[in-house]
Ligand binder design. Structure first.
Ligand SMILES: C[S@@+](CC[C@H](N)C(=O)[O-])C[C@H]1O[C@@H](n2cnc3c(N)ncnc32)[C@H](O)[C@@H]1O
Length: 348
């Protein structure tokens, strides 16, 4: 049986001609949610919001192996760090910002921000996914006080589009198939008739593609978490396992090497882009205290295997700055994961 080695999160589109071709893609979200729940149960991090989003009975599944928990931890910490810094830079500039999570699935990031110290910096947080997944999430939000209270007053929470869309003052859940041209699908959802649009062109905007691949604001950032380098034996096994689940990886194929990853952004007019593998992030961006702490959580006897897996996953971030002439944007150039330790070349 297939197992996702860094937390059950796979992008992709299903293969044309398969029965319920998109079902396989949507199901990758259950893997992702279970992996997160497993890491929480093992105390890698705390997330009170994941449990109400699990499918029925999922909490009784056995925890994931240590290797997967460590992968989930490294990815989650790194993306949290990029998001938190985005919020801090917006705040330092006296602006609110907006975050759009594409293929958000059961992600809990909105709730973690909305109950944290930077909650007032968010102007809007938009999550997109297939209607089947957004319907499930809207229902879970309705049923759970933990999830609905951070959205604001009950009378300000509106569920529309046959239960698949949810709007509140800051949080918006939007059903959309991202393979379709956005101009056809998104305007009625993001700019409902007679109401102001949900997204402002004037605010720093961060796009998150966390294992999902399928203008403009003054400042636009993007974060992509994906596999790469799948032309070795590890990659071939991974691709075959995914094929067996009717999932392929359109977001991975065009970027086969580590060096090619920043071109995800640079070829689309972004000004700067940097990629780090999860292996690099684990060794350079996580503090020694944290590494010590997680090393005591579970027995991990296959360090080589962990590193082999982590070096096939990367987080790539890109930044596009407008209005440079106003001289407002220099601080944004510093946005990115910061090393705690110097790492030797051979550790990469
Ligand atoms: C592996 S899950 C990741 C969920 C979340 N980003 C996370 O990291 O926990 C991938 C998600 O992307 C969604 N997705 C993939 N392709 C999509 C498409 N074409 N349109 C809308 N959603 C899509 C899936 O339904 C699924 O919820």
């Amino acid at each position: 049986m297939f197992a996702d080695p860094t937390g059950g999160r796979f992008p992709g589109r299903s293969q044309v001609g398969q029965p319920d071709a998109d079902g396989a893609i949507r199901l990758t979200d259950s893997d992702a949610a279970l992996a997160r729940y497993s890491a929480v149960q093992k105390h890698y991090f705390n997330d009170p919001f994941i449990r109400p989003l699990l499918s029925r009975g999922a909490q009784y599944q056995p925890p994931r192996p240590p290797l997967i928990n460590v992968g989930t931890y490294v990815r989650s910490e790194a993306i949290d760090s990029l998001v938190n810094e985005w919020l801090s830079l917006s705040q330092a500039e006296g602006k609110k910002c907006q975050i759009v999570s594409l293929g958000a699935g059961s992600d809990t990031r909105f709730w973690r921000i909305a109950t944290g110290p930077q909650k007032d910096v968010l102007a809007s947080y938009i999550e997109l996914d297939f209607a089947e997944n957004t319907t499930k999430k809207a229902m879970a939000i309705r049923k759970s006080r933990e999830l609905s209270i951070p959205l604001g007053k009950p009378e300000d929470i509106k569920i529309t589009h046959c239960g698949s869309a949810l709007n509140s003052s800051v949080y918006h859940l939007v059903p959309a198939d991202m393979r379709l041209p956005p101009a056809d699908t998104l305007p009625p959802l993001l700019c409902p008739k007679g109401q102001p649009g949900i997204l402002s062109p004037d605010l720093p905007t961060l796009l998150l593609f966390e294992c999902v691949l399928s203008k403009s604001s003054t400042i636009l950032g993007g974060v992509v978490y994906e596999m790469f380098g799948l032309n070795d034996s590890f990659g071939r096994v991974m691709l075959n396992n995914l094929k067996a689940r009717n999932v392929d990886l359109p977001g991975v194929e065009p970027y086969p090497s580590f060096q090619s990853l920043p071109s995800r952004f640079l070829n689309r007019g972004f000004d700067a882009s940097v990629a780090l593998t999860l292996k690099q992030i684990r060794t350079t961006c996580i503090s020694s205290e944290e590494l010590q702490r997680i090393s005591h959580l579970e027995l991990l006897d296959e360090l080589e295997e962990l590193e082999l897996v982590l070096q096939h996953y990367a987080i790539t971030w890109g930044l596009k700055l407008y209005n440079r002439e106003r001289g407002l944007n220099a601080a944004w150039n510093t946005w990115g994961l910061k090393p705690y330790h110097e790492t030797r070349e051979d550790e990469y």
